[in-house]
Design a protein around this ligand. Structure first.
Ligand code: 13P
Ligand code: SF4
Length: 328
C-alpha cells in the first residue's frame, strides 16, 4: 500500500507545498481531472499530450505529477534525469489494467503485418511493445499520416479506436479495453437531461461509448472540450467527461452553466475517476517533503518505450515520411 498516513493537524498544507516547491525546484503538473484544490496550485494544468510536453521541456529538478501513474511514467520516460513523484502510486487506470503486456505481446505476434497504434493510457511495457503512441488530442492528426493500406492494431481503448475507425472509415483491430468512468454515462439519463435543456450542446470525450458519442455536438480531448466550452454559442453546456474539468470552465467562463452528463441513476458519482481522486493536497505535500513515492523505470525498458512516444511527439507536430511507418 502506498498511501502514507500521518497526523498533519496544525500544518498549513498549502503554505508548506509553496515552500517545498521552491526549495525542491519542483514543477507541479496537474491533469484536468484532478480535484479543484490541486488544479488551483498547479504550475500547469493540461491534457495528457500537453503535460507530456511540459515534462519533456521543464528545467525543474522535480516533477510532481498530479495525475495517474501512466502519466507520471510518461514524464519519467521523457525526462529521465528528473525526480518524478506521484502523490499516490496506486493512481492507476482501467485502460492500463485491461492490457497486460504479455497478452498484448501475444496479440501483436498474432498480427505481424499490423502496426500497433496505442493510446497513451497504458503501461510503459505496452508502450515499449508499440510503434506509435497517441493521446486523444493527437490521435486524429497521427492516424491521418498513416498510409491507408497499413494495417493497424489499436489498443487499449476500444471506444477511442472505434470512434477513429468510424470517423476515418478505417478498419482497425481493437483491443477490448474501456475507461470505467466514460463507460458509466447513461444514454437514457443523457436524453432526459437534453430534454430539460434542449438548447444545450453536448461535448464528449472519445473514450465515451458510441451511444453517448452519437448525441454529442463536439467530440474531443479534455483540452478540446475546454476550448469548445470557451467558444460555444449559448449559455449551457452538457459535459460528458470526468466532471472535475468543469472547474476550469467555471473559472474561464463564469457566466455560463456547465452540467456534467449523468451516470446510471442520474445522480451517482460514478463519473469521477477513482484513480485520479486518490491524489490529495496532503499526499502532494508528503510527496514533495519526502520525495516519494517516486517513479522508476529500468533504462532498457525506458529507451524502448521512448521510441513510440518520440514518434507521437514528432507526428503530433507535423508529418513523417510514408516509409517511417513500417510494421515491426
Ligand atoms: P486527455 O488526453 O484528453 O487528457 O485524456 C486522458 C484521460 O485519461 C481521459 O480519461
Ligand atoms: Fe483511466 Fe478513465 Fe481515469 Fe482517464 S478517466 S485515467 S481513462 S480510468
Amino acid at each position: 500500500m502506498t498511501v502514507q498516513t500521518e497526523n498533519l493537524a496544525g500544518i498549513d498544507i498549502r503554505a508548506e507545498i509553496e515552500r517545498l516547491r521552491k526549495e525542491r525546484n519542483a514543477v507541479i503538473l496537474a491533469h484536468y481531472y484532478q480535484k479543484p484544490e490541486i488544479q488551483d496550485l498547479a504550475d500547469y494544468i493540461g491534457d495528457s499530450l500537453e503535460l507530456s510536453k511540459k515534462a519533456a521541456a521543464t528545467d525543474a529538478d522535480v516533477i510532481a505529477f498530479c495525475g495517474v501513474k501512466f502519466m507520471a511514467e510518461t514524464a519519467k520516460i521523457l525526462a529521465p534525469e528528473k525526480t518524478v513523484i506521484l502523490p499516490d502510486l496506486d493512481a492507476g487506470c482501467s485502460l492500463e489494467d485491461s492490457c497486460p503486456p504479455e497478452k498484448f505481446a501475444q496479440f501483436r505476434a498474432a498480427h505481424p503485418d499490423h502496426i500497433a497504434l496505442t493510446y497513451i493510457n497504458c503501461s510503459t511495457e505496452v508502450k515499449a511493445l508499440s510503434d506509435i503512441i497517441v493521446t486523444s488530442s493527437s490521435a486524429e492528426t497521427i492516424l491521418a499520416q498513416i498510409p491507408k493500406d497499413q494495417k493497424i492494431i489499436f489498443g487499449p481503448d476500444r471506444h477511442l479506436g472505434g470512434y477513429l475507425s468510424r470517423k476515418f472509415g478505417r478498419e482497425m483491430l481493437l483491443w477490448p479495453g474501456v475507461c470505467i468512468v466514460h463507460e458509466a454515462f447513461s444514454e437514457t439519463e443523457l436524453l432526459k437531461l437534453k430534454a430539460q435543456h434542449p438548447a444545450a450542446p453536448v461535448a464528449a470525450h472519445p473514450e465515451c461509448p458510441p451511444h453517448i458519442i452519437d448525441h454529442a455536438d463536439y467530440v474531443g480531448s479534455t483540452s478540446g472540450i475546454l476550448n469548445y466550452a470557451k467558444s460555444f454559442e449559448g449559455d449551457t453546456l452538457i459535459v460528458a467527461t470526468e466532471p472535475h474539468i468543469i472547474h476550469q470552465m467555471q473559472l474561464a467562463i463564469p457566466d455560463k452553466t456547465f452540467i456534467g452528463a449523468p451516470g446510471a441513476d442520474g445522480q451517482c458519482a460514478c463519473n469521477i475517476c477513482p484513480y485520479m481522486a486518490l491524489n490529495t493536497l496532503e499526499k502532494l505535500y508528503l510527496a514533495l517533503r519526502d520525495l516519494k513515492p517516486q517513479v522508476h523505470i529500468e533504462e532498457g525498458l525506458r529507451l524502448q518505450a521512448k521510441k513510440s512516444l518520440d514518434r507521437m511527439l514528432e507526428m503530433a507536430g507535423g508529418t513523417v515520411g510514408k516509409g517511417d511507418l513500417g510494421a515491426r
